[in-house]
Design a protein around this ligand. Structure first.
Ligand code: HEM
Ligand code: SF4
Length: 564
C-alpha cells in the first residue's frame, strides 16, 4: 500500500493529518492571540503530537469552563539529570499546579498549565535538553527502559539501545521547532509544508499510538507485554546477547464494545542487538500500513496481530526487515514491582527508590516530597533521577559518602527512605489521574484509590490477610492508563462512584485479568470482595497469590459467566 494515499472512509483525524502533514495546525497563530484562551478541536488533535492535551478543570465546570493544559515530556528510559529535575520542579511551580505527575511510562506530566504559559513550559523543557514532541499522538511514544541499575551490567547497553530507538523513531516535522522555539506559524498551503512527508511515518503518521519498551528479565517492572513492541533483553554471561521480540500488546478498550480488548504481546523470536533499529522500524511500518484508519478504537497494532495472526506478523516483519528471526531464547520474569529503599548497584554506587503515591510529587503536611527532591537535586548535582513505570522515583548514582546526608535531608522533610515506606497495598498500587483533569474520566481514580486502599487494608486485616501483597490498580475509564488489566485487582471507572472489577492478573505481568463484576458502587467494594478474600485465605495453596487463586479457582466455576 502506498502510505501517502489515504484509504476510503477514514476518520476525521486522518483527514486533518493528511491536510496538514507537518502537524502545525494553527497552533502558533492561536498561541500568539492573547485574546484566545483555548485551541480549536482540530488543533487539540495536533497538540497531542506536541505533547499536550487541552483539558478543563472538571471540578469547576459549574462556575464556568476553565481551559487548562496537560503537558507531557518525553524522557527515554525515564532518566533525568539532577539539573533537569530542577528545571521541571521550577516549571511546575511557575506555570503548572506545583505538582509533578510521574507517569506509568516513565515521563512527567504538568497539569493545570494555562494557554499563556504553554510555550514557556515547552521551551523550558527543550532548553533542559528534553522534549515533549511525540509524548502523545499517533506516533512512537516515550520508550521505556529498566530504571534500576542494580541487576546487571547489561543495563547500560539496554538504556543506550532505548535512546537509539527513541531517536530513530522520532518525528522529523519542522513544526515543533517552529511553534515552540521560534514562535512561527507555518503556512500549510506552502508546497514544502503541504507536501511534507516524514521519512518514516509518511504524510498521515500512524493510525494510533505506538509504544516500545525494553526490559531485562527477571524483572518486568514496566509490563513489557502491554506494549506494541517489547525488547526482552537476553543476558548471557553478564553480556547482552540480543533481544526476544514481543509484538502486539496494548490495553485500551471501550465499555460495551466487544471489538475492543486488552491484549498481551506475542513473543515472535530473537534478534542480535545490531538488528534492533531495523526491527523497530519494520514493526512500526506494519502498524502504519495495516492499522485500521477507519476506526480509532480499532486502530492499534494489537488488532492487526490478533486478526492476521502471529505467523503472518512474523513473516511480514522478516520481509520488511530483510532477515529471519532466530527462535526465541528462554527467559523468566519473577516480579513487576519496585524495590523500595536503599540498594547497591553492581558497580558499587547506591540508589534509593522512593514511594510516590499515585505518582504525584507534591508537598503535603508532614511529607514535603517536592521540596525535598528539589533540595537533593540542588545539593547533589551528580546524582540521576530515574522514573519507574510504577510511578515512583529512583535516585541513582549516589556515592557512598553522600548517603547519610541524603537520608537526613529526606527524613527532615518527612520522606521515609527505608524498605517499608508505606503499607503493602499502597506500595504495590497505581492509579491514573482521571478527575479533575482528564476529559475521558467516567469516575475518580487518583483521588479515590488511596482511601479505598486504606479500606481494603482494613478488610484484609479483618479476614486474616493483613500485610499480604495484592497488586491493585485503578483507572477512571477503560482506556487503561495505569494498566488495570494486568493487576490482581483492577478497578475500571464506569460512572461516577461506580467501577467494573477485574480479577486475576499475576505478579509477573504475563497474564491479563478478567471481568468479575460489571458494575459495583465504590461503597460496596468491601462487601463484594469480603467473601472472595475469605475463600482465598481458606482455599489457596501455600504462597499462592490472590490473582493466581482467582485464575485457578474463582474463574473455573460455572456460575460466573465471565467475559473479557
Ligand atoms: C486507549 C486510549 C487512551 C487514551 C485516549 C488515553 C488518554 C489519556 C489522557 C487524556 C491522559 C491524561 C490524563 C491527565 O493527566 O489528566 C492520559 C494519561 C496517561 N496515559 Fe493514557 N490514554 C489511553 C490509554 C493508555 C494506555 C493503555 C496507557 C499505558 C498502559 C496509557 C498511558 C498513559 C500514561 C502513562 C498517562 C499518564 C498518567 C498515568 O501515569 O497514569 N494510556 N491518557
Ligand atoms: S485511564 Fe481514562 S480516566 Fe484515566 S487518565 Fe487514562 S484516559 Fe483518563
Amino acid at each position: 500500500m502506498n502510505i501517502t494515499e489515504a484509504p476510503v472512509k477514514v476518520t476525521h483525524n486522518e483527514e486533518i493529518k493528511a491536510a496538514i502533514p507537518t502537524l502545525a495546525g494553527a497552533i502558533a497563530a492561536t498561541l500568539a492571540d492573547a485574546g484566545a484562551d483555548h485551541f480549536s478541536e482540530d488543533d487539540n488533535q495536533f497538540l497531542k503530537f506536541h505533547g499536550c492535551y487541552q483539558q478543563d478543570d472538571r471540578d469547576r465546570r459549574k462556575t464556568g469552563k476553565q481551559y487548562i493544559m496537560m503537558v507531557r515530556s518525553r524522557i527515554p528510559g525515564g532518566v533525568m539529570t539532577a539539573r533537569q529535575w530542577r528545571v521541571f520542579d521550577l516549571l511546575a511551580a511557575t506555570y503548572g499546579n506545583n505538582t509533578l505527575r510521574l507517569t506509568t511510562r516513565q515521563t512527567i506530566q504538568f497539569h493545570g498549565v494555562l494557554k499563556s504559559g504553554l510555550r514557556a513550559v515547552i521551551r523550558g523543557i527543550n532548553e533542559s535538553l528534553l522534549s515533549t514532541l511525540a509524548a502523545c499522538g499517533d506516533v512512537n511514544r516515550n520508550v521505556l527502559a529498566p530504571p534500576t541499575p542494580a541487576y546487571t551490567r547489561a543495563r547500560e547497553q539496554v538504556y543506550a539501545d532505548c535512546r537509539k530507538v527513541a531517536l530513530e523513531l522520532a518525528p522529523k516535522t519542522p513544526a515543533y521547532h517552529a511553534i515552540w522555539i521560534d514562535g512561527v506559524q507555518l503556512d500549510p498551503e506552502k508546497p514544502e509544508h503541504k507536501d511534507f512527508a516524514d521519512p518514516l511515518y509518511g504524510k498521515t503518521w500512524l493510525p494510533r499510538k505506538f509504544k516500545v519498551a525494553f526490559v531485562i528479565p527477571p524483572v518486568n517492572d514496566l509490563d513489557v507485554f502491554t506494549n506494541d513492541l517489547g525488547f526482552i533483553a537476553i543476558v548471557e554471561n553478564d553480556r547482552l546477547a540480543g533481544y526476544n521480540l514481543a509484538v502486539g500488546g496494548g490495553l485500551g478498550r471501550s465499555h460495551g464494545n466487544e471489538q475492543t480488548y486488552p491484549r498481551l504481546a506475542d513473543v515472535l523470536g530473537f534478534i542480535p542487538p545490531d538488528r534492533m533499529v531495523d526491527v523497530a522500524k519494520a514493526v512500526l511500518a506494519i502498524h502504519r500500513d495495516f492499522g485500521d484508519r477507519t476506526d480509532r478504537k480499532h486502530a492499534r497494532l494489537k488488532y492487526v496481530v490478533a486478526e492476521r495472526g502471529v505467523d503472518w506478523t512474523r513473516a511480514e516483519l522478516e520481509k520488511r526487515a530483510g532477515f529471519k528471526l532466530e527462535p526465541a531464547r528462554p527467559f523468566q520474569f519473577t516480579s513487576t514491582g519496585d524495590l523500595y529503599g536503599w540498594r547497591q548497584a553492581v558497580e558499587g554506587s547506591w540508589f534509593l527508590t522512593l514511594f510516590v503515591e499515585a505518582g504525584r510529587v507534591k508537598d503535603t503536611e508532614g511529607r514535603r516530597l517536592k521540596t525535598a527532591l528539589r533540595l537533593v537535586a540542588e545539593k547533589f548535582p551528580e546524582i540521576e533521577f530515574r522514573l519507574s513505570a510504577n510511578q515512583n522515583v529512583i535516585l541513582a548514582n549516589i556515592a557512598e559518602a553522600d548517603r547519610d546526608a541524603i537520608n537526613e535531608l529526606l527524613t527532615e522533610h518527612g520522606v521515609k527512605t527505608g524498605r517499608r515506606q508505606t503499607t503493602v497495598l499502597h506500595a504495590a498500587a497505581m492509579a491514573c489521574p482521571a478527575l479533575p483533569t482528564c476529559g475521558l474520566a467516567l469516575a475518580e481514580s487518583e483521588r479515590m484509590l488511596p482511601g479505598l486502599l486504606d479500606r481494603l487494608e482494613a478488610l484484609c486485616a479483618e479476614v486474616g490477610l493483613a500485610g499480604e501483597e495484592i497488586i491493585i490498580r485503578s483507572t477512571g475509564c477503560p482506556n487503561g492508563c495505569a494498566r488495570p488489566y494486568t493487576a490482581e485487582i483492577g478497578f475500571v471507572g464506569k460512572a461516577p462512584g461506580r467501577y467494573q472489577i477485574w480479577l486475576g492478573g499475576n505478579a509477573t505481568g504475563t497474564r491479563l485479568n478478567r471481568v468479575w463484576k460489571e458494575t459495583v458502587k465504590e461503597t460496596d467494594i468491601e462487601s463484594e470482595l469480603r467473601p472472595v478474600l475469605t475463600r482465598y485465605l481458606n482455599e489457596r495453596f501455600n504462597y499462592e497469590r490472590f490473582g493466581d487463586w482467582c485464575e485457578r479457582v474463582l474463574f473455573q466455576e460455572p456460575m460466573t459467566g465471565f467475559s473479557i
